[in-house]
Write a protein that binds this ligand. Structure first.
Ligand SMILES: [Zn+2]
Length: 115
């Protein structure tokens, strides 16, 4: 009795797909992780408690006496492979508005230090 091979036929003219061939870019998936989302939320909540407001305030603007709503949480010390413990460490997180955050990220890009 003949048996039918149900496995899909190979198509040698098609290149084999590599599932894991995604480029690692700025977003390494960390910002989608549950750990980060939780840490970010805590940072925002601590910020609101600190200033007694309902929305997180930009820490950098606060330093200048300006009340600006924060919409991002920044890592004071940039994330590197070697400081993973700081990635969700509250003392390393600061709420920031997008313009302060962009300014900081911009200056970080200019002052590249070898890690
Ligand atoms: Zn700001």
């Amino acid at each position: 009795m003949p048996t039918i091979n149900k496995s899909s036929p190979r198509r040698p003219w098609q290149p084999e797909r590599k599932a894991q061939e995604r480029r690692i870019t700025q977003s390494d998936g960390f910002y989608q992780s549950r750990e980060w989302k939780a840490a970010r939320l805590v940072a925002m909540q601590l910020n609101m408690e600190k200033y007694g407001v309902d929305v997180a305030m930009c820490e950098a603007c606060m330093g200048l006496g300006v009340w600006t709503v924060a919409n991002t949480v920044d890592h004071t010390k940039r994330r590197t492979a070697r400081n993973k413990h700081l990635w969700v460490e509250q003392s390393n997180l600061k709420c920031m508005c997008s313009s302060c955050h962009n300014r900081k990220s911009g200056s970080e890009a200019h002052s590249k230090t070898k890690e």
